[in-house]
Structures are given as C-alpha cells and as structure tokens.
Design a protein. Structure first.
Length: 147
C-alpha cells in the first residue's frame, strides 16, 4: 500500500495545492485532498486543523498545507499535538525539516513560491528521509514540550 499525503489549503493556495497533489501522486503517494474546491474565502485555521489532526491520528504520513504565505497554516498546524509543521520557502529548508526535525506537515505560501519552486520544495520534502541518530533525541524533546 502506498504512503499517504493529506493536502489542504485556503482560497489563496488553490493552485499550488493542485500542484502539490499532482507531484505527490507522481512520487507514488496516495493523496487525500481536503479542499476547498472553490476560490471562495475560507479560514485557513479550519484546513490546518483538518490536515494536522489527520496526520496526528496516523491517517497519513505527511500533510501539506498551502495558504498565501504559509505562515498562518504553520502557526495553526503546530497547535495540534504530534504535529511538527515546517514552513519552508526553498528545497534546503524542506530537506532539513525532514532530515533533522522529522517534520510531518509541510506549509507553503503560494503567493511567495509560485508553482515551479513550490513543486521543487514538495519534492524535496517527500523524498528526504529523517536521519534519526542525534536528531531523534531533539525531536523527542520537542514532543516533551507538548506534555
């Protein structure tokens, strides 16, 4: 069975979210797209919560959230216990978020990245394994902050 990615956005992230879905499927992931389906204004915390709770519950290995800048999604998603959401603006940040922080939710800004760079950031995030080792101790300390 393929690993799963759950994607969501607000109205400012519709186009990049569609690209995220395409890239993840191309990489062999099963994708659940939580919407929204139109460009009508919605509240980003609602979609951040849906995606973050699904990842925290184990329904998917990764979540990807898109809004105008990615900042609001990151703030909201990180409120959910068990989520390590990383707001990434380039491929290096995406690789390091996975390799060193075991990030499980990627937050992107459509107005900042555009489609080409957005696709490259998603690819870097999905392809990079967590390095474990000394980084696991640090990730465990992040988890301890939730208690």
């Amino acid at each position: 069975m393929a690993e799963r990615v759950i994607a969501g956005s607000d109205h400012a992230g519709l186009v990049l979210r569609a690209e995220v879905v395409r890239v993840a499927r191309e990489k062999g992931f099963e994708v659940e797209d939580l919407g929204p389906l139109s460009g009508d204004s919605v509240d980003y915390p609602d979609y951040a919560r849906k995606v973050a709770e699904a990842v925290a519950a184990g329904r998917a290995r990764f979540g990807v959230l898109v809004c105008g800048t990615g900042i609001g999604m990151s703030i909201a998603a990180n409120k959910v216990k068990g989520v390590r959401a990383a707001h990434c603006g380039n491929e290096l940040e995406a690789r390091m978020a996975r390799a060193h922080n075991d990030a499980n939710v990627l937050c992107l800004g459509e107005r900042v990245l555009g489609l080409g760079l957005g696709a490259a950031v998603v690819t870097a995030f999905l392809e990079q394994p967590f390095e474990g080792g000394r980084h696991q101790r640090r990730v465990d300390k992040i988890g301890a902050l939730e208690k």
